[in-house]
Design a protein around this ligand. Structure first.
Ligand code: PHE
Length: 458
């Protein structure tokens, strides 16, 4: 049966706006900050390959499933799950999927905001000309100086959270379209300029080979690559679901999902191609961790023509990209507070903002006072501090688990009538989608999980 529900939060004006908003959510720190550093830590080539396969075989189908569920339910993910579970005659327990997403969103935003704060701070660093003619030691020094100063990190984290709360309070749709329509192409242009600089380093091919020549990968590496496919496409926690709930009825979910995935992957690969040649040209280590882009890109900006201007613009746009992702991380929670607690958006945003801000202090301290406070969980991870633990639990466990349940719900528990009607795509594509979501996604996620805890060995 066709659903005629409407969202109380309004609707995107058309398909393009949805694509822009979802791309705004997808393209963020995940592509430019995280992808290069985890690719570097996990040896490059094979990691990138696993990530690309996950995007194609798991990411796109789950994005379709999540958008489809969102549009059918037309509410916050929590209420959407409970409505659809009832309509499809399934257990009310499915509402927990919505809750897990809300929790994942909080946890992710708490550290995401701290890293976005680094990007904000680099706007001013670069703008002041601090990187002109800079050496490798110079960039290292500037980065270390920033992250070892908890007060400065806290200040930037606070500024970023306030910026995010202001947009969320006003409603996600205001202004987002304009921001994404102009700023994303601009970010792409600057990224291309940085790639062009990297081509002049004489180490471009070394960078490309690192990214695309298969080598070895650990079981953990496979988990991280899969987790990142979810993280970078904003899947598994309801962000895309809630954006789908604002989607007009007759737009093609298939097309939109493919466009978003291609744009997102393109940005990540370009970021990799900009960064790794600089790594090799300057004798840096690919596996230096979360500081990677902050230790490489400034070298490019310090040595290219008009680098101060280009670099400043780059970090402004990176902060914007982080911003459009951050608002989608808490939209599921805000939508729920508005629906169920009758709160207005402003109150809802302020409360959530405060909560997330406090949690973010843990990540602020992870780079300085608490950097040595680490713990290990048998079979899962070793020696991770607060920030690393949050990142691991959310990106590598909660999002894939969320994706697994979305797949099970969409393919095994919703009737084919409902999914066919809502996806509204041609028969052939529907068959492929159904097959992937029914078998491939669940099996892949389960195998990767079992592999990590050592039950099986790939
Ligand atoms: N996709 C965003 C990025 O790559 C992060 C994100 C994850 C946003 C999950 C929303 C939900 O930066």
């Amino acid at each position: 049966m066709t659903s005629t529900r409407k969202s109380i939060h309004g609707q995107w004006s058309n398909r393009i706006v949805f694509i822009l908003a979802a791309t705004g959510s997808a393209v963020g720190l995940g592509n430019i900050w995280k992808f290069p550093y985890i690719a570097g830590e996990n040896g490059g080539g094979t990691f990138v390959l696993v990530y690309l396969v996950c995007i194609a075989l798991i990411g796109i189908p789950i994005m379709m499933a999540e958008t489809m569920i969102g549009r059918r339910g037309r509410q916050s993910p929590i209420n959407t799950m409970s409505t659809l579970a009832r309509e499809e005659g399934r257990s009310p327990g499915w509402v927990m999927l919505g809750w897990m997403g809300v929790v994942a969103g909080f946890l992710i935003l708490s550290y995401y905001s701290v890293i976005a704060g680094w990007a904000l701070s680099y706007v001013f660093r670069t703008g002041s000309g601090a990187f002109l003619g800079v050496t490798t030691d110079g960039v290292n020094h500037i980065f270390t100086e920033l992250v070892t100063d908890p007060e400065r990190l806290l200040a930037w984290h606070t500024i970023f959270m306030v910026m995010t709360m202001i947009v969320v309070a006003r409603g996600v749709k205001h202004g987002l379209e304009k921001a994404v329509r102009f700023l994303m192409p601009a970010l792409l242009a600057l990224l291309l300029m940085t790639v062009a600089y990297s081509m002049t380093t004489g180490h471009f091919m070394e960078g490309v080979e690192f990214l695309f020549t298969p080598g070895t990968i650990s079981g953990q590496g496979v988990l991280i690559a899969m987790g990142h496919a979810f993280f970078t496409l904003s899947l598994g926690m309801g962000a895309i679901m809630v954006y789908g709930s604002y989607l007009p009825r007759h737009t093609s979910i298939t097309q939109a999902s493919i466009i978003i995935a291609i744009a997102d992957t393109g940005v990540a690969l370009l970021a990799g191609m900009a960064i790794f040649p600089i790594v090799f040209a300057n004798g840096l280590e690919p596996g230096v961790g979360p500081g990677l882009i902050f230790k490489t890109l400034p070298i490019a900006f310090g040595h290219m023509e008009a680098g101060t201007m280009i670099g400043t613009a780059f970090f402004i746009l990176l902060s914007f990209a982080a911003w459009t992702s951050a608002i989608s991380l808490i939209e599921p929670a805000v939508a729920w507070l508005v629906e169920n607690r009758g709160m207005n958006r402003i109150y809802a945003s302020v409360w959530i903002g405060i909560f997330t801000w406090v949690l973010g202090i843990g990540s602020v301290l992870s780079f300085n006072l608490w950097s040595e406070h680490t713990w290990s969980v048998p079979f899962l991870f070793e020696n991770k501090n607060f920030f690393d633990t949050l990142d691991f639990i959310t990106a590598n466990l909660m999002l894939p688990l969320g994706g697994l349940f979305i797949a099970i719900f969409a393919a095994w528990l919703m009737s084919e009538n409902s999914t066919r009607d809502e996806l509204n795509t041609n028969k052939f594509i529907f068959r492929i989608w159904h097959f992937l979501v029914k078998y491939i996604t669940p099996i892949a996620v389960i195998i990767v999980f079992l592999n990590v805890i050592g039950v099986i060995s790939l």
